[in-house]
Design a protein around this ligand. Structure first.
Ligand code: BDP
Length: 495
């Protein structure tokens, strides 16, 4: 017979483990709060800053990636999905060392033989129209714009113009700009030599009604400034590259320490770019050159770095960043290395990793499919700021390696809190939020800083939706941020 008291008992018993795990969770949170270092982030909502470009997020690939027309193609649904999830208005840059060793299959003029240096591509790559047609389909399917680099190093402007024309005809409105040469500061003797080689290309490409950008230098700010002064108005944006250092010097602590000197250079460029009313992009960037550092560039630390780095740039008014990556084969060829991607890895994620360059934000290839790398999640966090207006805030973090950013959009306030400290949990009091009530907090976390997989960004990808968060009557809200983790917060205006 049905016994209601027995049913109640059973129900209560069933809830016991839940209750005790809830109690454990509360106790753990309280313990964390007691043990954590206190920090404050005081917002000045009345001091709005830069508006973050809608097309802030970007990726960069070697021209050699186009060797397989099935890679950037309207049929590569898995890659299209990952691009679209990353940004509805992103920028794909095609270039790198292999762009300066690319010849256009349709060019009928004579070409000099390009000699290979010690580092860099060891042979030329013949680009066929089929790859550009496929790329056009990929761009239409993703909604992304294209920045495309032509070969300056070979010194044949006529071929550069023909290729630029073909790109424009084939991809149409998806073309944002043509760049001429990749890191010419690594092969031209000085700025004057570069300018002399570059000018015939630029003149002819512009005469054909095709937009250009540049100078796409490596780690060189002076050339960007010289170029802006001489050619600023001819360009749709200014560009240079960034890598923290070479792969042999890479480490997690190095990556997570702020590169203050570089931001000074960014500020220098921005003052010139602003005066010329020109956007400035890091058209190619990543953690460590020479293809990235295994165990650093491809682990969770790179997500925290990527989010912080992007937002530090956005705060300074930089218009965008293209993280370099792609298959291991394409990137290693850009450095003059052949690769053997045969792998014995049993599982698919590891096999995809094995065929991918170490710093790439997306792993995989046409054969094995694609998956996000940790860096991808950091980019997703920063992408939440696209189109928003940054606001100033004062961080007091008592020795914790903490980064914090705020922005406003349609009356809502959003925050990115990034605890890059591997040793300290932090309890942050965010002040200056009068007029705001409640919102949502979404965490970005992983089992550890060196996790290659199992990254969770709440609010996306079937992950938990995040949790409610409140602003108190003093206009303060409190966030507990465990070491090596980040959070994104969105707060609404009080009704
Ligand atoms: C940049 C090059 C790119 C390389 C990268 C690297 O433009 O082609 O793949 O360095 O060294 O300088 O990882």
């Amino acid at each position: 017979m049905f016994d209601p008291s027995r049913r109640k008992l059973l129900k209560a018993a069933a809830l016991l483990p839940v209750a005790s795990s809830f109690a454990r969770m509360v106790a753990a949170t309280e313990a964390l709060a007691r043990a954590s270092t206190k920090a404050t982030f005081a917002l000045q909502l009345e001091q709005p800053g830069r508006v973050v470009s809608d097309s802030f997020t970007g990726l960069s690939y070697e021209t050699l990636q186009l060797a397989n027309p099935a890679f950037f193609s309207a049929d590569n649904h898995a890659l299209i999905q990952l691009f679209r999830q990353l940004s509805p208005h992103g920028v794909l840059r095609i270039g790198g060392n292999t762009s300066d060793y690319t010849v256009w299959s349709e060019y009928r003029g004579t070409l000099p033989i390009q000699h290979a240096g010690k580092i860099g591509p060891q042979s030329t790559f013949v680009l066929h129209p089929q790859s550009l047609h496929a790329l056009a389909g990929f761009l239409r399917a993703t909604g992304w714009k294209l920045v495309f680099g032509v070969n300056l190093k070979i010194g044949v402007p006529a071929m550069g113009v023909e290729l630029a024309r073909a790109v424009q005809q084939i991809v149409g409105d998806s073309l944002l700009a043509i760049q001429i040469g990749n890191e010419a500061n690594n092969y031209d003797k000085d700025y004057a030599a570069f300018d002399a080689a570059w000018t015939p290309y630029a003149t002819a490409i512009r005469a054909a009604g095709i937009p250009i950008a540049g100078p796409d230098t490596g780690a060189n700010t002076d050339w960007v400034i010289d170029y802006a002064k001489r050619h600023g108005p001819e360009n749709v944006f200014l560009s240079r590259h960034y890598y923290r250092d070479g792969a042999p010097n890479g480490s997690i602590p190095n990556l997570l320490a702020t590169d203050t000197d570089f931001f000074k250079e960014v500020e220098q460029i921005m003052s010139v770019a602003d005066a010329a009313h020109l956007p400035f992009r890091l058209s190619e960037a990543n953690s460590y050159y020479s293809g990235g550092r295994d165990g650093v560039s491809n682990v969770f630390a790179s997500a925290l770095w990527g989010a912080d780095f992007m937002l530090a740039l956005a705060q300074r008014g930089v218009a965008g960043i293209n993280f370099h990556g792609g298959t291991l084969e394409s990137v290693e060829a850009s450095l003059g290395h052949g690769v053997d991607t045969a792998t014995t890895a049993a599982d698919l994620p590891a096999r995809r990793d094995a065929v991918t360059s170490r710093y790439s934000a997306i792993a995989g290839d046409v054969e094995r499919g694609f998956q996000p790398r940790p860096l991808y999640y950091g980019m997703l966090l920063a992408q939440q700021f696209a189109g928003a207006q940054m606001v100033s805030g004062d961080i007091r973090a008592a020795g914790v390696n903490l980064a914090a950013y705020a922005a406003v959009r349609d009356g809502t306030v959003q925050l990115a809190l990034i605890n890059k400290d591997a040793a300290q949990d932090v309890s942050i009091a965010i002040g200056g939020l009068k007029g705001l009530s409640a919102g949502q907090l979404m965490r970005l976390s992983a089992p550890s800083l060196d996790s290659r997989h199992d990254i969770v960004m709440e609010g996306i990808d079937g992950a938990p939706a995040g949790r409610a968060i409140n602003v108190d009557t003093h206009g303060t809200c409190h966030v507990l941020l465990p070491r090596s983790s980040a959070a994104w917060v969105r707060l609404n205006r009080s009704a």
